[in-house]
Design a binder for this molecule. Structure first.
Ligand code: MSP
Length: 519
């Protein structure tokens, strides 16, 4: 295990509010940092807002607001939103903060002094929505492929970052450390971009056109291009260059992003780091997109239903609080993280998540917990029983429970969060099968008190371990579950270890953690 872990999300533009996409990314980062802490790693989690640039300036103008007002208002909305999803970042950075501006200017000056920034003239087709120039080849019928708008031709003098110089360095790096970008398909995508010449990056905007940005330290008449500004948040939040936080956490840097911003993170940022003499991040973790397409492959005579389903999906996508109301905060967290295979796109519908919730949480985990707690009440006086002799079937469950933390951790380390949750949930499913096999209700009728005690002790132990392993996804509900098993409210410091339940501990009379949701 590496020494420290530092997970970041993209910093979100303040021209929009949190939606399901940004909520997914931020929830996943939160679950990851909780996993790393559960397994004993010194960890830190950063999110924030990206507040400069054309887009924000244009939106503020349209609202009749000053850009700084808009930024303050919307940044506060993001900051207040995350706790409502059980998300607890260690720091929240805004690109309008002094601590950030200072570092952007320092890095610009360092790179300039090193000779990697030059002044030149550039004419090209510029899309305001994307905040970037496009080549003719990249346009679709003369329009921006993202926004469908016709980009304006702009010719101006600007500063350029000599990124072309780092092309072969970057190719070598992506080849020598194949998992630096994961999953693999995104590394291949970057290598495909790098088969074309890497062009220098225009990193300034003249103040005659845009004033809402960080002034270049070597030319008062220009502000910094928003991406060159924004990427630096990952180190400015650690007080680069001299901060204790930087020394401690940068070696453990893990970026989490959606596939839409692969290029800036996979091409510009490594070159910027290299030019500034900062070591490369450890991993770039890229997830896919939640899409809204309604039923795929539905029958054509169901068009009306399809339209309803699509409308509902759109409503929930735009208003993730409504989704949390539907599934509960923890239910929503689990279903989002469990349902999306990391790296792939997924079509979002209400039904998709409700089906997952009912199957895994209400049915599998819920049943295992309800039955175990209720039977401890009925047969063992409501306290954790003293286990008796262990037979093969008991040992199988114990082995599975002891192996579960290792299986979960392996998937966390290889950035397959959906499989980590699957491995944790597998344990709860095993408890149900174990109870079916052992039939403590029959053993009780037959007067086999020792057998009943062993079975219910083993079921409770295994569920306690499952609760620890699911805790990063469902922090509140899994603490409730642990309390129902008689444990205290302290979050577990390390997952696993059989035999931590003390016979005689009182358990809850019932534990209805996940009521079934109507489809
Ligand atoms: N400000 C830049 C990022 C700068 S990072 C130095 C930006 N902001 S954004 O507000 O547009 O956020 C983009 C991110 O939001 C995506 O990378 C992803 O994390 C998340 N998502 C936005 N829509 C999404 C989906 N439909 N599905 C999944 N994630 C999505 O880009």
């Amino acid at each position: 295990m590496a020494d420290t872990y530092y997970i970041t999300t993209p910093i979100y533009y303040v021209n929009g509010e949190p939606h399901l996409g940004s909520t997914y990314t931020t929830t996943l980062a939160d679950a990851l940092v909780r996993y790393h802490r559960l397994f004993g790693q010194d960890s830190r989690f950063l999110t924030g807002t990206d507040e400069h640039g054309d887009k924000v300036a244009a939106m503020a103008a349209a609202n009749g607001e000053r850009p700084a007002e808009l930024a303050d208002r919307v940044s506060a909305i993001f900051r207040a939103a995350w706790p409502r999803f059980g998300i607890a970042p260690d720091d929240f950075i805004r690109t309008t903060e002094e601590r950030h501006k200072r570092v952007v200017q320092k890095i610009l000056q360092d790179v300039y002094n090193a000779g990697d920034i030059y002044f030149g003239e550039y004419g090209g087709l510029y899309c305001v929505g994307c905040e970037r120039f496009y080549t003719e080849k990249e346009l679709v019928d003369g329009r921006c492929p993202q926004h469908g708008t016709v980009p304006a031709y702009i010719n101006e003098q600007n500063y350029f970052f000599r990124m072309s110089r780092y092309q072969s360095w970057l190719v070598d790096l992506l080849t020598a450390q194949p998992d630096v970008v994961r999953p693999e398909r995104y590394r291949r995508e970057l290598l495909a971009f790098l088969r074309e010449p890497l062009e220098d990056l225009c990193i300034s905007r003249p103040k005659s056109r845009l004033t809402w940005g960080i002034t270049l330290p070597f030319d008062e008449d220009y502000v910094t291009y928003v991406w060159f500004d924004a990427l630096i948040n990952y180190v400015s939040a650690l007080d680069y260059p001299d901060g204790e936080l930087f020394a401690r956490y940068w070696p453990g840097a893990e970026h989490l992003i959606g596939k839409d911003i692969l290029k800036p993170h996979g091409l510009y940022w490594p070159c910027m780091l290299h030019a500034a003499g900062i070591p490369m991040y450890r991993h770039l973790n890229v997830h896919g997109y939640w899409t809204i397409g309604g039923f795929k492959g539905g029958k054509s005579d169901r068009a009306e239903l399809r339209e309803q389903e699509r409308e509902e999906a759109l409503r929930l996508f735009r208003d993730p609080i409504a989704l949390a109301d539907l599934l509960g905060v923890d239910g929503m967290r689990y279903c989002l993280l469990r349902e999306m295979a990391f790296g792939s796109d997924l079509d979002f519908t209400r039904d998709l998540l409700v089906t997952r919730y009912n199957a895994d949480l209400a049915h599998d985990l819920g049943n295992a917990v309800n039955r175990t707690v209720a039977m401890i009440g009925r047969y063992c006086g409501g306290v954790i029983p003293d286990p008796g002799q262990e037979f093969d079937v008991d040992r199988d469950l114990r082995d599975a429970a002891c192996a579960a933390p290792g299986r979960v951790w392996a998937h966390v380390e290889t950035m397959e969060p959906h499989l980590a949750l699957d491995a944790a949930m597998d344990l709860a499913q095993r408890v149900n099968r174990y109870l079916e096999d052992k039939k403590p209700w029959t053993a009780s009728k037959n007067g086999d008190a020792e057998g009943v005690a062993t079975t219910l002790y083993y079921a409770a132990e295994a569920l306690g371990i499952a609760a620890s392993l699911l805790l990063p996804a469902m922090p509140t509900k899994m603490l409730e579950l642990r309390c129902a098993l008689g444990l205290d409210e302290q979050p577990p410091s390390a997952a696993g270890g059989w035999g931590y339940l003390e016979p005689g501990l009182p358990v809850a009379r019932e534990a209805r953690l996940f009521p079934t949701i109507e489809r």
